[in-house]
Design a protein around this ligand. Structure first.
Ligand code: SF4
Length: 245
């Protein structure tokens, strides 16, 4: 009896080159007009970017802003943070919450000081070898601090890419997460990678938000796969599309 073969699942298609170009162009145009002015966008210091990224995990930007400044004043470098007592770090972190984060930051600082002379490395593999640095964080550090062509995917970015390029299915499944990583990697441009990834994050935080996305003013509406299926907007779609170039 011939062995049974489990049919391989087909991979979802990646955005075609014209769709990628259109998405990049619309996103960057939107970002130039509406992007937020944030202090960690004015630095290339990998440590500062690391601090901002860890603070922003599950925390709103307006709560992070004062703490980011205070933290960097107290611990201006990895060398300054590494020897600080953990209790002191936790006190400085207060009241941001989710208190494993200052410990994680200190662990990274100690490792960077002991193994890399107090600098944050830029190589993906090395970054991923740090406890507390995952794929998103590595992509953020590489693209924001070193301007390397590196993709990012956090909850906001996954939501945007899923809605625009997929539209249906289980967004949180492992297979979909893998697909969305591939989409993000396909989209990230070789130039303007800093702006592109920052724009993705702003877009997910300001327009394509989890609840009540602002589809009626969204520059992606015309090609967004989630938009036509959204019954709330269906009736207004024709009217809206006339205004979306
Ligand atoms: S049209 Fe709506 S769902 Fe689609 S990207 Fe824009 S805000 Fe998100």
């Amino acid at each position: 009896m011939p062995a049974k073969h489990t049919p391989k699942k087909k991979l979802l298609p990646l955005p075609a080159p014209p769709d990628r170009r259109r998405f990049r162009q619309r996103l960057l145009t939107w970002y130039r007009r509406h992007g937020r002015d944030l202090p960690w966008r004015k630095t290339n210091d990998p440590y500062h970017i690391l601090v901002s990224e860890i603070m922003l995990q599950q925390t709103q930007v307006d709560r992070v802003l004062p703490k980011y400044a205070e933290w960097l004043e107290k611990y201006p470098s990895l060398e300054a943070l590494a020897p600080a007592p953990e209790k002191e770090g936790a006190q400085t972190w207060y009241p941001l919450g989710y208190n494993i984060r200052p410990r994680r930051l200190q662990t990274i600082a100690r490792e960077a000081v002991s193994r890399y002379g107090g600098r944050v490395p830029s190589e993906e593999e090395t970054l991923l070898s740090f406890k507390g640095i995952g794929a998103y964080m590595a992509g953020a550090i590489r693209s924001f601090a070193f301007h390397e062509r590196a993709a990012i995917l956090d909850t906001n970015v996954a939501r945007v890419l899923f809605r625009v390029f997929v539209g249906k299915g289980d967004r949180k499944s492992h297979a979909m997460t893998r697909h969305l990583w591939r989409v993000s990697e396909t989209l990230v441009p070789s130039r303007q990678v800093f702006d592109f990834n920052q724009a993705l994050m702003d877009f997910g935080a300001m327009v394509c938000v989890a609840r009540d996305p602002k589809c009626l003013v969204c520059p992606m509406a015309k090609s967004c796969r989630a938009f036509p299926f959204n019954p709330e907007y269906e009736t207004r779609r024709t009217k809206v599309l006339r205004h979306v170039k």
